[in-house]
Design a protein around this ligand. Structure first.
Ligand code: PXP
Length: 237
């Protein structure tokens, strides 16, 4: 069955708006897991705009499923990952001025292979957040990553039915290529309750990481129900 990772960064975004202690991402992770989440995903950004080091440390101790840490491939983050030991790390590009992650990772980063191996040697699975491009995926395999996460943002931004179909085709081909290369295949970014049906049919995708739409819906129906509804939608595949 396709796995659902819940990205809880936005819970921390609300807390940081007042810099108090509520809402707590630790409580969000607990509720998400109780309602079917297979994984909790958090992005520890260099500027600490939402998730804090304290969240990462406590979540490592409290999460019962899997902890997936999104981070930039910097020396600071690699040291943190090695000390906290999430189940997996998803390497993402990061720019201070961006609102959210834009585009996939550029695999030409200096010493990326070394960095991947450093994390793997510490027993952490490494995933690369990359665009749905078969050449990039082949390069990701050469770097010895365990997994890829296909960037679905271009699909999410497509407006015409023709563009959506093209993007779905790109994602399908990317997923097939990755699976053939024996990479674990995740997908995420911009997926919503309304567009997820295009992707839930792609059998080579093994995991979705979804945040914004679920936390937004949680405001109105509660986090538990919001997670259950999404789990239901991705389970139709
Ligand atoms: N996957 C990755 C690698 C991301 O950077 C993000 C956004 O933090 C997500 C998934 C979740 O995206 P969204 O919040 O649009 O569902």
């Amino acid at each position: 069955m396709t796995k659902l990772g819940i990205n809880i960064d936005h819970i921390a975004t609300i807390r940081q708006a007042r810099k108090t202690n509520e809402p707590d991402p630790v409580e969000a992770a607990f509720i998400a897991e109780k309602n079917g989440a297979d994984q909790i995903t958090i992005h520890l950004r260099e500027d600490r705009r939402h998730i804090q080091d304290r969240d990462l440390r406590i979540l490592r101790q409290t999460i019962q499923t899997k902890l997936n840490l999104e981070m930039a491939p910097t020396s600071e983050m690699i040291a943190i990952a090695k000390s906290v030991h999430p189940d997996s790390v998803t390497l993402v590009p990061e720019k201070r001025e961006e609102i959210t992650t834009e585009g996939g990772l550029n695999l030409d980063i200096e010493n990326l292979e070394e960095k991947i191996n450093e994390l793997k040697s510490a027993g952490i699975k490494v995933s690369l957040f990359i665009n749905p491009d078969t050449e990039i995926i082949k390069n990701g395999k050469k770097l010895d990553a365990d997994a890829i996460e296909i960037h679905t943002g271009y699909f999410a931004n497509a407006e015409s039915e023709k563009d959506i179909k093209n993007e779905v085709e790109r994602i399908k081909n990317a997923a097939r290529t990755a699976k053939r290369l024996e990479l674990y295949v995740a997908a995420g970014h911009g997926i919503t309750y309304h567009n997820v049906h295009y992707l839930s049919e792609i059998s080579d995708i093994q995991e979705f990481n979804i945040g914004h739409t679920i936390i937004s819906r949680a405001v109105f129906v509660g986090l538990g129900l919001a997670v259950k509804e999404m789990k239901n939608l991705i389970s139709k595949s």
